[in-house]
Write a protein that binds this ligand. Structure first.
Ligand code: NAD
Length: 294
C-alpha cells in the first residue's frame, strides 16, 4: 500500500484525493479549510495538524494549490517541506503555476536528493471527480515512472512532457490554444447567425469541415446547440473565465521569458481580462461570445 500526503483539498484537490482513497492508498490530508479536510476524513483519510505532520512517512506528497507563491512557501525555506523530507519521497505538484517557480522548487528538492514532478492537469472539476484528468508532467523519467501508478488513480491520460517545468509550459501552451480557438469559434458562429444562419446547422457543417475544433465539437459556445455544454446552462462553469485569465497570464509570462511571438495569445489574454472586468469572471469561459454582442 502506498502512503500519500495530499495538501490542498479545494475544487480540484478534494475529488482527486477522494479518488486516491477509493483506489486503496493510505492518505493523510491537510488544507487550511477544516471543512475540506472533514470530507476526506469521512471517506477514510487521516487528517494532520499541518503540512509537515501530513507528510511524515509519506512515499508521495501531492499538492494542489492556487498559485506559485503558495507552492514556493509550502516546499521552500527552513520551514518548507523539503527541509523535513526523506530522500525516498516523491513530490508531485499538480497546481497550475509558472514554470520558473516549478523549476526552482524542483531544483531545491533535487539538492536534497528528492525527486519532483510538476504535473498540472487538464479536465476541470468534473474530470477530477470522474478520475479522468490529463496529467502533463515535467521531471526525470525515473521519477515519472515511479509516480505514474499513483497518477493513474486520478487521471486517464498521463504524459511525460520533458524536464522540470515542461508540464507547466505544456499546460500554458494548451490553454492559450484553447482560448484562441474558443474565441475563433465564437466569432464564426456569431458572424453566421448575424447573416441569418442557424447555429445548429452551421456547427454541423463546420464540424465536418476544416474549421473543426474542440470548442465547436465538444463545448459549443452558442446556447442551445449542445445540451451538455455550459452555453445551454446560462454559462455556469465548467471552466471559469477567472481561471482562464490566470492561465493566459501564465502563458504570456512564458512567452515573454523566451521572447516567443504570440500575437493571438496576447489578444485572447486582453479579451478575457476585459470580459472578467465586465463582471463575467465567474461564468464559464465559453461566455466570451457575449463580448461579441448578444
Ligand atoms: P481552490 O481555490 O478551490 O483550492 C485550493 C485549496 O488550497 C483551497 O482549499 C485552499 O484552502 C488550499 N490552500 C491554499 N494554501 C494552502 C496551504 N498553504 N496549505 C494547505 N492548503 C492550502 O482551487 P482549485 O480550483 O482546486 O485549483 C487548484 C489548482 O488547480 C490551481 O492552480 C488551478 O489553476 C488548477 N486548476 C483548476 C481547474 C478548475 O477547473 N478549478 C482546472 C485545472 C487546473
Amino acid at each position: 500500500m502506498t502512503t500519500i500526503a495530499f495538501i490542498g483539498l479545494g475544487n480540484m484537490g478534494g475529488p482527486m484525493a477522494l479518488n486516491l482513497c477509493k483506489a486503496g492508498h493510505s492518505l493523510t490530508v491537510f488544507d487550511l479549510v477544516p471543512e475540506a479536510v472533514d470530507q476526506l476524513v469521512a471517506a477514510g483519510a487521516q487528517s494532520a495538524a499541518n503540512a509537515r505532520a501530513a507528510v511524515e512517512g509519506a512515499d508521495f506528497v501531492i499538492s494542489m494549490l492556487p498559485a506559485g507563491r503558495h507552492v514556493a512557501s509550502l516546499y521552500l525555506g527552513s520551514e518548507g517541506l523539503i527541509a523535513s523530507l526523506d530522500a525516498s519521497t516523491v513530490l508531485i505538484d499538480s497546481s497550475t503555476i509558472d514554470a520558473a517557480t516549478a523549476r526552482e522548487v524542483a531544483a531545491a528538492a533535487g539538492e536534497a536528493g528528492i525527486g519532483m514532478l510538476d504535473a498540472p492537469v487538464s479536465g476541470g472539476v468534473a474530470a477530477a471527480a470522474a478520475g479522468t484528468l490529463a496529467f502533463m508532467c515535467g521531471g526525470e523519467a525515473e521519477v515519472f515512472a515511479r509516480a505514474k501508478p499513483v497518477l493513474e488513480a486520478m487521471g486517464k491520460n498521463i504524459f511525460h512532457a520533458g524536464d522540470h517545468g515542461a508540464g507547466q509550459v505544456t499546460k500554458a501552451c494548451n490553454n492559450m490554444l484553447l482560448a484562441i480557438h474558443m474565441i475563433g469559434t465564437c466569432e464564426a458562429l456569431r458572424m453566421g447567425v448575424d447573416n441569418g444562419l442557424d447555429p445548429v446547422v452551421m456547427s454541423e457543417i463546420m464540424q465536418a469541415s476544416s474549421g473543426r475544433n474542440w470548442s465547436l465539437e465538444v463545448y459549443n459556445p452558442y446556447p442551445g446547440v449542445m445540451e451538455s455544454a455550459p452555453a445551454s446552462n446560462d454559462y455556469q462553469p465548467g471552466f471559469m473565465v477567472d481561471l482562464m485569465v490566470k492561465d493566459l497570464g501564465l502563458a504570456m509570462d512564458t512567452a515573454e521569458s523566451t521572447d516567443s511571438s504570440t500575437p493571438l495569445g496576447a489578444m485572447a489574454a486582453t479579451l478575457y481580462s476585459k470580459h472578467a472586468e465586465n463582471g463575467y469572471g465567474q461564468l464559464d469561459f465559453s461566455s466570451i461570445i457575449r463580448a461579441l454582442g448578444d
